[in-house]
Design a protein around this ligand. Structure first.
Ligand code: SF4
Length: 505
């Protein structure tokens, strides 16, 4: 199923904190269900790295690594970036903006009475959790959810109260603000995840903080060791047991076929098999299930570029959906509007980057030295460039020398600049709606570097461009291999867009 089908499917959102590698409890409690949902719903799944900070603010040394581990666990378990959107929370800043706005209208009492507020403080007596971020995390969660205006939020039973708070916040927002009389946020429904019980190896709830987990990424030997050392429900060989109360029995219930489950259930309840035999069978069942997950995970872990691409595409897609909601939110509240991206660029479906298939350098011919005017130099450069992108069948837009149209009607603005004395290129753009912006920068060797900025990039950063009258000035600087656009508040690295023409497809 491709992303084009996404809009006809009900939208779903969920996420997990990156506090370490995911374990079987996370898998059977949520992830396994997400993998099914991606075929029937438009799914957004994120790694909630800001949420990890609400309790682990004092040690962030593993935050980035843990975030990637969770992405790997998601992908290993079978989430497919072709079917769902996978992203990291902090890569989509709109979540923070909505959280701030919600914090203006949410009574403190609502947050103080969320059950997990007190519970977690009691569970972590050695941690100072009297922090604003910790109190406000269910509100951040409400922002995470509502910003995508989903129909459903898949949760386990224990988190249903969080979704209830989210619904209350939506109602409150809608009470204060509306858009032409219409509510901004629909109230999402709880999609209860059927989560079979899974005890940890010590018979308590499986949880990282108890150190009783089996990780999705544990290798076969580790799984065997953990299962063999599990506590069981039969202290003595002659005791009868109950697989429902045994961690090993739980594993059979989830991972064994019905025949094997019936065999161990009979053997356990009549004390006719040994726990050792039962455990050996559980090891087989669990490892058979985890083998393909581990293999996918292992392969992806060796492709950091691919992971980067997946999270980057996910963030762009999520940001596009989130920004759509934020435009409505800002308007409903009545905030002073900046010219919206919509006015700058006609909104089209998101464009995805794929790393440079057309990365041959362009060389401008000697004749450029003899050109008499900037216009002639532009003609030479643009012709060189047009040779390169022949396959995309661009046509020049009538009366606009620097704007081309793709077969699919996308407007491509092409601007060039030669090297300036200060080691920077400066482009003067006409302020007009474009879907793709191509910057041609000729270096001293007469190589023409081509940066293809897709619509999603422009939408995200347009406000930062410096404008004077009818033109927009862009400064581009290359230091070593890195190229940055110098904008008002930031340097935006754009190296990755060099010769990446996927936006023209
Ligand atoms: S026989 Fe299996 S299910 Fe029963 S107590 Fe022993 S390990 Fe647990």
């Amino acid at each position: 199923m491709t992303n084009q089908h996404a809009h006809s499917r009900p939208r779903v959102l969920s996420g997990m904190r990156p506090t370490g590698k995911l374990h079987l409890g996370n898998y059977v409690g949520a992830l396994q269900n997400w993998v099914k949902l991606q075929d029937s719903h438009e799914c957004f799944f994120f790694v909630a790295d800001w949420h990890a900070l609400t309790t682990d603010y004092d040690d962030t040394s593993r935050l980035a690594d843990n975030t990637l581990e969770v992405v790997l666990d998601y992908l290993g378990a079978g989430l497919d970036p072709e079917k769902c959107t996978i992203f990291v929370q902090s890569h989509v800043l709109q979540h923070a903006e909505l959280h701030v706005l919600f914090s203006m209208i949410t009574p403190l009492g609502w947050l103080e009475r969320v059950p997990s507020y007190k519970e977690q403080q009691q569970q972590m007596p050695n941690k100072d959790l009297h922090m604003y971020g910790f109190l406000g995390y269910p509100l951040l969660q409400a922002a995470d959810i509502l910003i995508y205006r989903p129909r459903f939020v898949p949760v386990g039973e224990d988190q249903a109260s969080h979704v209830e708070l989210t619904r209350e916040v939506a109602r409150r927002f809608n009470k204060f603000y509306s858009l032409k009389g219409q509510p901004v946020f629909p109230e999402p429904e709880t999609l209860l995840t059927p989560s079979p019980k899974l005890l940890g190896t010590d018979k308590r709830k499986m949880s990282k903080s108890y150190g009783n987990t089996i990780l999705l990424s544990d290798d076969a030997a580790k799984v065997e060791e953990k299962i063999k050392n599990s506590v069981t429900d039969r202290p003595k060989l002659t005791d009868r047991g109950d697989p429902n109360r045994c961690p090993v029995g739980n594993l059979h219930q989830i991972f064994s076929d019905p025949e094997r489950l019936a065999y161990i259930t009979r053997g356990c309840t009549t004390a006719t098999i040994t726990c050792m035999e039962c455990k050996a069978l559980a090891v087989q069942s669990v490892n058979a299930h985890l083998d393909p997950i581990r293999e996918r995970r292992r392969r992806l872990a060796q492709q950091p570029e691919k992971l980067k691409e997946i999270t980057q595409h996910g963030a762009e897609k999520a940001a596009q959906a989130a920004e759509k909601s934020m435009v409505a939110v800002r308007e409903a509240i009545g905030m002073l509007r900046l010219p919206s991206e919509k006015e700058m660029f006609s909104s089209q479906k998101a464009l995805w980057l794929s790393n440079g298939s057309d990365s041959l350098p362009l060389r401008v011919p000697d004749s450029i030295a003899e050109a008499n005017s900037d216009e002639e130099r532009w003609e030479i450069r643009s012709n060189v460039w047009l040779q390169k992108v022949k396959q995309y069948s661009l046509t020049r837009l009538k009366d606009k020398r620097r704007v081309f149209i793709t077969r699919k009607g996308k407007k491509v603005g092409v601007y060039d600049a030669s090297k300036s004395d200060s080691g920077e290129w400066v482009f003067g753009l006409k302020d007009q709606p474009l879907n793709v912006l191509v910057l041609l920068a000729q270096d001293e060797e007469r190589y023409l570097h081509d940066y293809v900025l897709p619509q999603v990039f422009l939408q995200k950063h347009w406000r930062q461009f410096d404008r004077t009258g009818g033109t927009v000035d862009i400064h581009l600087r290359k230091i070593g291999d890195a190229t940055s656009l110098l904008l008002k508040q930031s340097n935006l690295p754009i190296q990755q867009y060099e010769s990446d023409y996927s936006a023209l497809q």
